[in-house]
Design a protein around this ligand. Structure first.
Ligand SMILES: CC(C)(COP(=O)(O)OP(=O)(O)OC[C@H]1O[C@@H](n2cnc3c(N)ncnc32)[C@H](O)[C@@H]1OP(=O)(O)O)[C@@H](O)C(=O)NCCC(=O)NCCS
Length: 169
């Protein structure tokens, strides 16, 4: 049975769990370089302090069956892109493969449309990250296209795939 998933704002007491779960090259390898590796407790504290008082909330703890299992965020753009928001997510490796990220992404999209008033929610995925592309498809996002070799990660050029969900599909 799939776990019950909810999102809540981050608290400073989440730092230890974030540092423990986030300190994983299999996670960092699919994230932008702002996600550190190794991921220290100091990194987690600085991250939480940077995001915890933002209103409206942009970064959330992902909670599955009452347990903090990862983080996700939604980031509205500006200027003519101001009705768009980008989403991102990661989970501790022990929680992969249970449908949690798919549920979290659906909740983030709902928040983006209903609370933030966005028109388009999108995500970008490094091409080798098949699990994340699948998460977005399962959450109803549509593949839009690929930016060739736009990512330079760990010494390699990677294609970046874009997916989006519109308020009125
Ligand atoms: C990507 C990530 C968030 C997925 O979380 P998750 O909770 O395991 O995702 P879900 O269980 O909701 O769905 C994963 C889907 O990918 C599929 N999948 C997993 N590995 C795969 C692979 N190598 N190739 C193809 N499909 C794969 C799963 O089978 C599942 O699809 P299914 O339900 O049709 O079987 C998690 O793996 C993660 O944190 N990865 C590292 C960080 C990251 O990549 N973040 C996203 C950056 S864009």
């Amino acid at each position: 049975m799939s776990p019950t998933v909810s999102l809540r704002p981050l608290q400073i007491t989440d730092a230890e769990a974030i540092a423990r779960m986030g300190n994983n090259p299999l996670i960092a390898g699919f994230m932008r370089d702002v996600f550190p590796h190794p991921y220290t407790l100091e990194n987690a504290i600085a991250f939480i302090n940077n995001v915890k008082d933002t209103t409206p909330t942009r970064v959330f703890a992902i909670v599955a069956n009452g347990e903090h299992v990862g983080c996700c965020g939604i980031f509205p753009k500006d200027d003519v892109y101001r009705m768009n928001a980008e989403v991102g997510y990661w989970l501790g490796q022990e929680y992969w493969g249970k449908g949690i990220a798919t549920q979290a992404t659906k909740l983030l999209a709902e928040y983006g449309f209903d609370t933030l008033g966005m028109n388009r929610i999108y995500a970008s995925v490094f091409a080798p990250n098949k699990a994340s592309g699948r998460v977005l498809e399962k959450a109803g996002f549509v593949y839009e296209g690929t930016q060739r070799q736009s990512v330079y990660k760990n010494g390699e050029y990677l294609d970046e795939l874009f997916y989006s969900l519109l308020r009125k599909g």
